[in-house]
Design a protein around this ligand. Structure first.
Ligand code: SAH
Length: 273
């Protein structure tokens, strides 16, 4: 009889089983299936592309950045593990690689920027706080608006079963594809398109995250959000400020909360060839 009562094995590990704030050295490996190939491939790519002598291929540089982010209040262990695993310097020009582990946004061409690690971490932490993500310990399907260089998509790949990332500027979409190729992230799909329309073919999403800020939330995002899902986006607040807006979709409708001020590039409609 006791055999029939054994609880079904849970995979992946539920994050809420981890003590808050406690170091969880095994958590990333248990939770994140792409983690192993990522680390291996990332090191290979680092050797190929990074000017020698910068020491950026050492996981220690990222660990120090993670320690700073933790000190500043980022608490979600799986998010911290993802930041520790993804080589941010691989996503910026070699000339900027030495700044890749500072908490700063950096230009990626076409007037766009890779967002600050603390802001990316904060937004993904908020995203992971949605009802479905909390219950499952990870996100099932995430839509990212604004692939840019692909850094945030790579982080999301570590925390989700599937990532769909939309970019409206073709050369950036192509560049992200190239930068992400060595990481062999099988669960990321890059789409060239206007993210203001969301991406209907893969909807609904239990997470939607925007890396560009508009005047209002596009209706498509709200429609494509699953019940139990959460949307995190910068939105103008009526003045010249942008704030982070979180929308949770429940069976009864949408619940919106407003968080801190942020600075993102503008959300624009249409495509750039
Ligand atoms: N997540 C990115 C941040 C890129 S900056 C990273 O990790 O690097 C924001 C991006 O949003 C820019 O590349 C910009 O071209 C893109 N963007 C703005 N409006 C968009 C839209 N309607 N659809 C898709 N991408 C958009």
């Amino acid at each position: 009889m006791s055999g029939t009562r054994r609880p079904a094995p849970k995979f992946p590990l539920r994050l809420d089983q981890l003590a808050p704030g406690a170091p969880a050295p095994g958590a990333a490996r248990t939770l994140l299936r792409p983690q192993q190939p990522l680390q291996h491939a990332a090191l290979e790519a680092t050797r190929r592309n990074t000017p020698t002598g910068l020491g950026l291929d050492s996981a220690g540089v990222r660990e120090r950045m993670v320690a700073r982010l933790r000190d500043e209040g980022l608490r979600h262990e799986a998010v911290l593990c993802a930041i520790a695993a993804v080589p941010r310097h691989q996503f910026v020009d070699a000339a900027l690689a030495t700044q890749a582990y500072e908490d700063t946004s950096l230009p990626i061409g076409h007037g766009q920027t890779i967002s600050k690690p603390s802001v990316v971490g904060r937004m993904i932490e908020l995203l992971m706080g949605g009802a479905s993500a909390r219950a499952a310990g990870q996100l099932a399907r995430v839509l990212e608006i604004g692939t840019g260089c692909g850094y945030q998509a790579a982080l999301l790949s570590q925390l989700s079963r599937q990532v769909i990332s939309v970019e409206r500027v073709k050369p950036l979409h192509d560049k992200a594809r190239e930068l992400m190729a060595p990481l062999r992230l099988a669960n990321v799909r890059l789409v060239y398109g206007d993210g203001m329309l969301g991406h209907a073919p893969n909807a609904p999403y239990d997470g939607i995250i925007a890396a560009a800020g508009g005047e209002a939330l596009p209706a498509a995002w709200l429609e494509q959000l699953a019940i139990g899902g959460r949307l995190v986006a910068p939105v103008h607040d009526g003045t010249d400020r942008q704030v982070l807006v979180v929308v949770d979709r429940t069976e009864h409708g949408y619940e919106r909360s407003v968080h801190e001020a942020v600075q993102f590039v503008p959300l624009k409609s249409g495509l750039v060839r």
